[in-house]
Ligand binder design. Structure first.
Ligand SMILES: Cc1cc2nc3c(=O)[nH]c(=O)nc-3n(C[C@H](O)[C@H](O)[C@H](O)COP(=O)(O)OP(=O)(O)OC[C@H]3O[C@@H](n4cnc5c(N)ncnc54)[C@H](O)[C@@H]3O)c2cc1C
Ligand code: FES
Length: 279
């Protein structure tokens, strides 16, 4: 980032648009200034502020892996003003990007461990970054399990990548949809994510669990993991408190003394239990 003006965004060209699910799109973004692109680095777990000129900024994680050079990707659901303006853009259009901000998933500390990824709905994007990062370093980890659920088959995002993960012999992918969300040819599970985690009972020993999803899913998944024997410090999530500046200046995102944009958004369960209850 420029040291003169922390709010100055990089200019990014939309290189590719993928329709993932109803109202959910992925943008592949390339730096308009290639030199800036070559210098840019980030780590799994970080986020950015994406802007549509004249409309404002929205906070999204970086959904692509840092192991893939030359572009970044974001996946967003059309929710309000800025995401609607973004959704109306297409390939070749220019957007702004500030970042990367926030802390990171401590992937280096996970070497030699089993990894269990649990995601619900539109919360697969922050997970996708760390999944691909770890898959690109696959030899560093032991068992690799992904549990992913959505309301309905149509709402599953990254369908092409789910197929790829399903076909990999070194990945155990479990997909589920909420009761009533299945189609006649659906071969996955039917049930809410915490129920499916309990049913498939992944082993807790030497395993790191990364959980991203709507608050209700997270609320019911943590106790299941604790019941299965997972240690608090081995359970990670990423928070999505509303943000403005992204780097600890505006006070929009803080919970008690913690700035989610700077001290997070990645927290383990021990750290979360220390936060005031309103997080
Ligand atoms: C660290 C972080 C990472 C995020 N990553 C993603 C991502 O990868 N993909 C994605 O689609 N979204 C993500 N979000 C949420 C995203 O920032 C908001 O949905 C988006 O900014 C809404 O912008 P808008 O201008 O279109 O909506 P607004 O017009 O501002 O709001 C529309 C509706 O969305 C609600 N809303 C806005 N922001 C949030 C929020 N942070 N949490 C819950 N509700 C909100 C508003 O209350 C309102 O009901 C992330 C948020 C954070 C803080
Ligand atoms: S978003 Fe401004 S302080 Fe965190």
């Amino acid at each position: 980032m420029s040291e003169k003006n922390l709010y100055l965004p990089y200019l990014m060209r939309i290189d590719k648009v993928t329709e993932e699910a109803p109202s959910v799109k992925t943008f592949r973004l390339k730096f308009v200034n290639e030199e800036e692109g070559k210098k840019f680095t980030f780590k799994a777990g970080q986020f950015g502020e994406y802007s549509v000129f004249g409309e404002g900024e929205s906070t999204f994680c970086i959904a692509s892996s840092p192991t893939r050079d030359g572009y970044i990707e974001c996946t967003f659901r059309q929710a309000g003003r800025v995401t609607t303006a973004l959704a109306n853009l297409g390939e070749g259009d220019t957007v702004g990007f500030r970042g990367p901000y926030g802390n990171v998933f401590p992937i280096d500390d996970w070497k030699g461990k089993n990894l269990l990824f649990i995601a619900g709905g539109i919360a697969l994007p922050p997970m996708r970054c760390v999944i691909w990062n770890c898959l690109d370093l696959r030899e560093n980890f032991k068992d690799f399990t992904i549990v992913y659920g959505a309301k309905s088959v149509n709402d599953l995002v990254y369908k092409h990548e789910l197929k790829e993960w399903e076909e990999r012999p070194d990945v155990n992918l479990i997909t589920t949809v909420d009761p009533g969300g299945e189609t006649p040819d659906w071969k996955g599970e039917v049930g809410f994510v915490p129920t499916i985690v309990e049913k498939t009972a992944p082993k807790a020993e030497n395993t790191i669990a990364i959980v991203c999803g709507p608050p209700i899913m997270i609320k019911f998944t943590f106790p299941v993991l604790e019941k299965l024997g997972f240690k608090e410090e081995n359970i990670y999530t990423t928070l999505e408190n509303r943000m403005k500046c992204g780097f600890g200046k505006c006070g929009r995102c803080n919970v008690g003394k913690v700035f989610v944009c700077k001290d997070g958004p990645v927290f383990n369960l021990t750290q979360l239990k220390d936060l005031p209850p309103e997080y």
